[in-house]
Design a protein around this ligand. Structure first.
Ligand code: GAP
Length: 545
């Protein structure tokens, strides 16, 4: 029997497996945890590292700059960068994050809880001419009965009086409510405890050096991208790269999300894998299409697929006017309602917006490339670096500000999607041949934290010695695991839950002919191979992962 549990249970099972097997732990757990922060355990750190390594290898090191890859307008170059997390504060003024990177929030004076304004909705309830708005959060809005129960409680109605309460059928968003004194907050007992919406900048603020006032104020980066833009000239001047080329960076980003949620999906500290690809304005539309398709293919190649992965082009009215295209790669995470998708990666055509902002000063996002944003006195709102960030083509001698295509992926969201996709429940025979339920992570071999596990069937007759010899040989080349504790069936199941594609068992036959059993995680097939062939056999099967 094999099957997929219903979505909510499936997500709960995945979260439980992540904790049980050491993929993910709540940060600061022994102190009660810190909302929006997650630690990767021994298996999780390998999974995420494999994802980042696969991205770096496939996007940066692995491509051949002498030939145009399939679908690319021409050959191109790629290089890497590792910029700091804290940078000059002016960078965030010119990038627009200082003024524009915010959400609206409402606070509840009674429950002391904070909500994103766009994520609160509710139903109107009326009794004997009094009308109140019973608010709830987006997730809880599914539970119709909760708003009814709270409205009944407010009007002190008993169950037998339920029909006297008029309750609207549909949920209305809080931003459509004018009179906040009529609102019953999601976790409140009295009316009118929610504050009017206030802007909340998502950047974490810190102070550099001994200065504690605004002069020393700095920010933890909310994206890795800006470190690339401000180093554009350094990279061009210190290497031989020529447009078209890309600069890639993997690193931590920080956003003080008002409502972190859905396991690691919306965290306050997370890792991004970003490319800023610099090209001529005339070819930028073709490069946009190339990167959009290349990035979609990458996820498919590593095993995300079916109707759970989609590429969604933004509508024209969702685009900034300087952008000729933005697409999101989205995955149907099991914590989302059926038919809904969550963003894994965005691929954006950013025009010359960022380089020109860092050169001249903050551009007006509504009118770029025509105007600097100015204050009421007509002075530029934020000055740029004043440095020339244009590019001169040494063959044609023309000078231009390159256009940028930005594929921006989240390493944690990718890890979560690969975990969700890999998770299966089925049955496998135990050592007595009895079929038993198992949870298995069917990771692509490149992503599997452990590539092979080595077991002696029993802890005697010289089997552990031979198994350790096999383990030591493999360990030099691959991430492998040795286990001699407990029944072999239970050891197989532990490795299935870790997503290990192959298990090698030393048994009685090994003592006779130096062959071992090789078990395949997915097909459950077992075959015998020679000890001397173990390395080459596993390497061939995992495709040099
Ligand atoms: N430089 C463009 C940029 O940062 P974004 O859409 O805000 O664009 C890019 O972020 C990716 O970073 C997202 O697609 C997502 O994978 C990841 N990401 C963004 N916010 C995140 C959060 N709070 N938690 C985890 N990952 C996040």
């Amino acid at each position: 029997m094999s099957g997929t549990p219903p979505m909510a249970k499936r997500m709960a099972d995945i979260v439980a497996l992540c904790k049980r097997r050491g993929f993910l732990f709540q940060s600061s757990e022994i102190y009660g945890g810190l909302n929006g922060f997650w630690d990767y355990g021994p298996l999780g750190v390998e999974l995420k590292r494999n994802i980042k390594d696969a991205w770096w290898r496939d996007m940066v090191l692995g491509h051949n700059e002498l030939d145009a890859p399939a679908g690319a307008p021409s050959a191109y170059e790629m290089t890497g960068l590792d910029a700091t997390i804290i940078m000059h504060p002016q960078i965030w003024k010119c990038s627009g994050h200082y003024d524009l990177f915010h959400d609206f929030m409402v606070d509840c004076r009674e429950s002391k809880k904070r909500y994103r304004h766009d994520q609160v909705r509710g139903r109107w309830a009326e009794f004997e001419g009094e009308r109140i708005f019973v608010a709830t959060t987006v997730e809880a809005a599914e539970e119709d009965e909760d708003t009814r129960r709270r409205a009944m409680k407010h009007f002190k109605l008993r169950p037998k009086d339920a029909e006297r309460l008029a309750l609207s059928d549909t949920f209305t968003s809080l931003d459509r409510v004018d009179d906040m004194t009529r609102v019953l907050g999601p976790d409140a007992k009295s009316l009118g405890t929610l504050t009017p919406p206030r802007e909340f900048n998502l950047m974490f603020k810190t102070f550099v050096g001994a200065l504690s006032g605004e002069e020393g104020a700095a920010f933890l980066r909310p994206e890795t991208a800006q470190g690339i833009f401000v180093n554009f000239k350094n990279v061009v001047d210190s290497t031989r790269v020529r447009v078209p080329f890309g600069i890639a960076q993997i690193g931590k980003s920080f956003r003080n999300e008002i409502t972190p949620r859905n396991f690691t999906f919306r965290s306050r500290e997370f890792e991004q894998m970003e490319i800023e690809f610099f090209c001529r304005p005339t070819t930028s539309a073709e490069w946009y299409r190339y990167w959009r398709d290349r990035r979609m293919r990458w996820y498919l190649e590593l095993g995300l697929g079916g109707d759970r992965l989609r590429l969604r082009e933004h509508d024209r009215d969702e685009l900034s006017h300087y952008s000729t295209g933005t697409a999101d790669i989205e995955y149907a995470f099991p914590f989302l309602p059926p038919g809904e998708f969550g963003e894994l990666e965005g691929i954006a055509h950013r025009g010359d917006f960022d380089l020109r902002s860092h050169m001249e000063g903050k551009l007006d996002p509504a009118t770029n490339p025509l105007r600097l944003e100015v204050d009421s006195d007509g002075k530029p709102r934020w000055r740029g670096s004043g440095k020339d960030l244009s590019y001169r083509d040494d063959l044609t001698n023309d000078r231009f500000v390159p256009h940028v295509i930005e594929p921006s992926a989240g390493a944690d969201r990718a890890a979560l999607a690969f975990l969700c996709e890999a998770y299966h429940e089925d049955e496998a025979p135990d050592e007595d041949g009895v079929m038993r339920k198992r949870a298995v992570l069917r990771f692509h071999p490149r992503l599997a934290p452990i590539k092979a596990a080595v077991f002696p069937l029993v802890k005697k007759d010289g089997m552990p010695e031979i198994a350790k010899e096999v383990y030591s040989t493999l360990k030099r080349r691959l991430s492998v695991f040795y286990d001699e504790k407990g029944a072999v069936g239970r050891r197989y199941r532990r490795q299935d839950e870790a997503g290990t594609p192959y298990c090698i068992t030393v048994d009685g036959q090994t003592l006779v002919d130096r062959t071992v059993t090789l078990r395949d995680r997915d097909s459950l097939e077992q075959c015998r191979i020679r000890i001397d062939d173990c390395v080459s056999e596993i390497e061939t099967r995992i495709g040099g992962a």
